[in-house]
Design a protein around this ligand. Structure first.
Ligand code: URA
Ligand code: CA
Length: 435
């Protein structure tokens, strides 16, 4: 039998049949090598989105994505290399806090990170708001820094998992992002190609996340664990709340400031708690702590003693950034114009539309609508209240920062529409749902 054409491969998925591993290779590697045009891959992605991929197809796709490029070799760094990934949230500054926290406890962190798109922020954009910080290191510099400083965070290298870069860009404009198998392939292939031995996944759940329901978030967590293990990696998942922004800051310089405050022990409670919880799990995965209780004691001590803050300063300095930001947050400049948003009524903060809050920050200039939009590192917003707080008319709900009054107007309208004030007090959901 002759090889099927790409059109016939699309037909297989269109009609809801399963691909062989060889067919999956032809699809993924054909696309990443430029033999398959965007319009055919778009059709296949939509067929996969609508009809799904089964357990074997998802493993085969993830494996093919890893093989689409170079696999980072971290074997010269002693110890278990643990990577952490969040499925994307709002005011999620955890990487900036967690990296130094676990590095201070002896777990090496070698992380490749992405930029923000749409309503979710990206770690690289946050780091670039630090004067001088370099996100491009050669592979040799990257590995040497992890060995010497214990921590490095760089841009995704274009030759590592190129299939994911191409597929994600296409999914983003063809309404095929929120598909469990496609998300699993994207995340797990990136982490495996990045050289991690063990992976901790923070699956976000709620109004600000891709997964809006608990069932979907659980299904995503179970699939990522299964596929990661099929590829020989130790994968653990945590489900965490994204019904309200995690921290109080949304925006790049603002989130770095908040990360530094957290490392000083003065950060928002939810962000601090999540970092301590995830950090403790990373110590267990990295085998530097015997059990969860000992791990929790170690990360708590690293935070309280200031060792995590020192690790942050060493890391920033090693990548060319100005380490004085740890003591002088004013070096992280905010946008020139600012405005306070006041509550129009009294009551209780009933809910945030976390995605709306993220989009408001984007309109202020903190994020990108399109891939090559410029961002304003000083733009964003600082929230004043958590779900359940009592609010009086005229109380400040947020402070907005932007380059122009027009951006403040746009951001203010969307932020105001993203906060609901009700008449009765509600208790917020738990931060961590399950592992
Ligand atoms: N984050 C990723 O890296 N990939 C996805 O597909 C979705 C979220
Ligand atoms: Ca934050």
């Amino acid at each position: 039998m002759s090889e099927p054409t790409f059109e016939q491969l699309i037909e297989v998925k269109r009609d809801g049949r399963a691909h062989s591993a060889e067919e999956i290779d032809r699809i993924i590697l054909g696309y990443s090598s430029g033999q398959v045009p965007d319009y055919q891959m778009s059709a296949w992605l939509m067929a996969a989105y609508l009809n799904g991929l089964d357990a074997e197809e998802t493993v085969a796709m993830t494996d093919a994505m890893v093989r689409s490029g170079r696999v980072v070799d971290l074997s010269s760094i002693p110890g278990v290399k643990v990577d952490k990934h969040s499925t994307g949230g709002v005011a999620d500054t955890t990487t900036l806090v967690l990296g130094p926290l676990v590095a201070a406890c002896g777990v090496p962190v070698a992380k490749m990170s992405g930029r923000g798109l749409g309503h979710t922020g990206g770690t690289l954009d946050k780091l670039e708001s630090i004067p001088g910080f370099r996100i491009e290191l050669t592979p040799e510099e990257f590995v040497a820094q992890v060995r010497n400083v214990g921590l490095a965070v760089i841009a995704q290298s274009p030759d590592v998992d190129p299939a994911d870069k191409l597929m994600y860009a296409l999914r983003d404009v063809t309404a095929t992002v929120p598909s469990i198998p496609l998300i699993v392939g994207s995340i797990i292939s990136k982490k495996v190609a990045g050289g991690a031995d063990a992976i901790l996944l923070d699956v976000k759940l709620g109004s600000g996340a891709f997964m809006k329901t608990e069932d979907d978030a659980r299904a995503l967590a179970a699939e990522m664990t299964r596929v990661g293990r099929a590829l020989g990696r130790d994968v653990r998942c945590v489900l965490s709340d994204m019904d309200q922004p995690l921290g109080m800051a949304v925006g790049n310089a603002l989130e770095v400031r908040e990360g530094i405050e957290t490392l000083h022990g003065e950060g928002p409670e939810a962000l601090t708690d999540l970092c301590l919880d995830l950090g403790a799990r990373m110590l267990v995965l990295g085998r530097v702590a015997e059990d969860p209780k000992a791990a929790r004691a170690m990360v708590t001590k690293a935070l309280e003693s200031g060792e995590a803050l020192e690790a942050f300063a060493r890391w920033i300095g090693a990548q060319g950034g100005d380490p004085r930001v740890t003591e002088e947050p004013g070096l992280l400049e905010l946008s020139r114009e600012s405005r306070e948003v006041l509550s129009a009524k009294s009551g209780y903060l009933a809910a945030y539309d976390a995605e709306g809050v993220g989009r408001a920050a984007m309109l202020l200039g903190a994020g990108r609508e399109r891939k090559d939009d410029e961002i304003d590192p000083g733009a964003g917003l600082l929230l004043d209240a958590r779900v359940g707080d009592a609010i009086k008319e005229g109380d400040r709900l947020a402070t907005l920062y932007a380059a122009t009054e027009a951006r403040l107007d746009a951001g203010e309208a969307l932020l105001a529409a993203s906060v609901s004030i009700g008449e009765t007090a509600v208790a917020p959901g738990p931060l961590l749902r399950e592992v």
